[in-house]
Design a protein around this ligand. Structure first.
Ligand SMILES: *[C@@H]1O[C@H](CO)[C@@H](O)[C@H](O)[C@H]1NC(C)=O
Ligand SMILES: *[C@@H]1O[C@H](CO)[C@@H](O)[C@H](O)[C@H]1NC(C)=O
Ligand SMILES: *[C@@H]1O[C@H](CO)[C@@H](O)[C@H](O)[C@H]1NC(C)=O
Length: 157
């Protein structure tokens, strides 16, 4: 009898624990589903990583390691540019506050420019602050689109 009672108790605790867990998960999931932060940009194969005078004819910087760095060089996320020089990093606003991102984080291009053009420096890298360009709505999902404000070459990266 005593064993039966405790089995029933254990069983109920388990159910409650599982239910509490899924509620917590559902809330987190909902937070993630209702908003996303997307950082997207193109890195060009120029001395400063920005688009050149020839506009879209400017060569892209493919296969470049791109990092989102916050605070004192803490790498929060990373990505690689594709053949068009495009990179994309998606963040959950639950993990990263937009205000922190804009005030405290930079996009860093780690791969030296010489890897896309041997006349460019083989040391250093590129750095840019971030800027919100628009918010788009996709069903229930709000996507905050962020781009690099403009890269600069830093020889001591
Ligand atoms: C821009 O395009 C012209 C014509 O194709 C070319 O001669 C010139 O070198 C280009 N400039 C740069 C900076 O790529
Ligand atoms: C790079 O990625 C973008 C976005 O996914 C895509 O539109 C573009 O075609 C890609 N470029 C190449 C050359 O794969
Ligand atoms: C490589 O970089 C040099 C120096 O910026 C530039 O003059 C040259 O046009 C670049 N070459 C290509 C293929 O983009």
């Amino acid at each position: 009898m005593a064993i039966k009672t405790s089995l029933v108790l254990v069983c109920c605790f388990l159910i409650i624990a599982v239910m509490a867990g899924s509620v917590a998960k559902a809330q987190l999931g909902l937070g993630g589903l209702l908003g996303l932060i997307r950082i997207q940009g193109v890195v060009y194969c120029t001395a400063n990583g920005n688009i050149g005078v020839n506009g879209t004819a400017t060569p892209a910087f493919p296969n470049a390691l791109v990092q989102l760095q916050c605070g004192n060089g803490n790498v929060v996320s990373s990505s690689t540019t594709n053949a068009s020089g495009l990179f994309s990093i998606v963040l959950d606003p639950v993990q990263m506050l937009l205000s922190t991102l804009l005030s405290n984080c930079n996009i860093i291009v780690r791969t030296p420019l010489s890897s896309c053009n041997s006349s460019l420096p083989s040391i250093g890298g590129l750095s840019s602050t971030l800027q919100v360009i628009e918010r788009t709505l996709l069903g229930l999902l709000t996507i905050t689109n962020i781009i690099p404000e403009g890269f600069q070459f830093l020889s001591n990266l």
